[in-house]
Design a protein around this ligand. Structure first.
Ligand code: PHE
Length: 357
């Protein structure tokens, strides 16, 4: 019997794969295996012989079964090690630029704007793109008959037949987020609200969907001077220049009083735009002191609080900064355009890292 033990344990230890192990199992302890046959012979033995051979056979069977299991586990471990060696991957290797998508200039510029205003203590607020007539117009001091409603080329949503509540609109500007934020946070507050807006308009400088960023700061004694400083800081940081000339032009918006449109000095010499020099002016935003009616619509007491607000075209300033001539191409999803004007995925703008490097 010790011959049998020797024979099988050696064979099992040397088995190279699961199939070989299975063959050995059948040969030794399978129904017609060598050891099973020997167990069957026990019946023919004398009681004394049986008492001695029975336990030894059982022990041998157990030993062979555990050797089979141990070898099987060792083979599985070796197979896993082999696979891990083969599939090893250095996750710290840089990506392959040719196979990466790019970040759209609008996304990149939104990140840049957010980084700059975050540095001045502005948080990011959001609102819905399908907006109620009240938030988009009335709350902003634009009553039903006001010409600004018609001027905005508003897209109206559908209302069911017989429902004569005013229809919802695709928001025509990010200003309704002013009201929502005032209602949600109360005063004082300091936020920007970047996002998509919609107007029925289409040419080289207008698309029916475009992007704005709203700014709103409310406190006890905020003035036009604070607005001017914040905008100057922003423009210098955004265009990465030490000096800019801003021009505040008196203007009119129903939701601000007084109101001003802001231009930056630039030159178009040689067909390329340079910010901060030259004799041309380019309008980049609308702004003003928040109208008392607007504060009231936001549940803020205009006798205690005041604030400034501005609204700026993100696509517009992206075109200016990165020299992109046609706004319509922004939303064509042309891969060549995206590769040319897009940004590397990991090139996240921060002030400390240098906005656009
Ligand atoms: N909502 C205005 C627009 O879309 C911009 C603006 C915002 C003007 C805030 C003043 C204050 O043209």
């Amino acid at each position: 019997m010790s011959d049998l033990r020797e024979k099988y344990l050696t064979a099992i230890a040397g088995a190279e794969d699961e199939a070989a192990l299975e063959a050995l199992r059948v040969q030794a302890v399978g129904k017609k295996g060598e050891i099973s046959l020997k167990m069957r012979e026990l019946g023919k033995m004398s009681p004394e012989e049986r008492q001695e051979a029975g336990p030894r056979l059982n022990a041998l069977k157990d030993e062979i079964n555990s050797a089979l299991a141990a070898r099987k586990a060792a083979l599985a471990d070796a197979a896993l090690d082999e696979r891990l060696r083969g599939e090893w991957l250095d996750v710290t290797l840089p990506g392959r630029p040719r196979r990466q998508g790019t970040i759209h200039p609008v996304s990149q510029v939104t990140e840049e704007v957010t980084a700059i205003f975050a540095d001045m203590g502005f948080a990011v607020a959001e609102g819905p793109q399908v907006e109620s007539d009240w938030y988009n117009f009335d709350a902003l001091n634009i009553p039903g008959h006001h010409p600004a409603r018609a001027e905005m080329d508003t897209f109206y949503m559908h209302r069911a037949e017989g429902d004569d509540r005013p229809p919802h609109v695709l928001r025509t500007h990010t200003s309704p987020v002013q009201i929502r934020t005032m209602q949600a946070q109360g005063a004082p507050l300091r936020v920007i609200a970047p996002g998509r807006v919609y107007r029925a308009d289409y040419d080289q400088t207008h698309t029916p969907m475009f992007h704005q960023v709203e700014g709103l700061a409310i406190d006890r004694d905020i003035s036009m001077a604070n607005l001017k400083w914040v905008l100057e800081e922003f423009v210098k940081a955004f265009f990465e220049v030490d000096h800019v000339d801003l021009r505040f032009r008196a203007s009119h918006f129903p939701f601000t009083e007084p109101s001003a449109e802001v231009d930056i000095r630039c030159s178009w010499e040689g067909g390329t735009l340079k910010v901060g020099e030259g004799d041309d002016w380019l309008e980049i935003l609308g702004s003003g002191m928040v109208h008392p009616n607007v504060l009231e619509a936001g549940n803020i007491d205009p006798n205690e609080w005041q604030g400034f607000a501005f609204g700026m075209g993100i696509d517009r300033i992206a075109m200016l900064k990165y020299g992109i001539p046609d706004l319509r191409a922004f939303f064509d999803s042309d891969l060549r355009w995206l590769r040319h004007y897009g940004f590397a995925a990991l090139d996240v703008p921060t002030l400390h890292g240098g906005l656009s490097r």
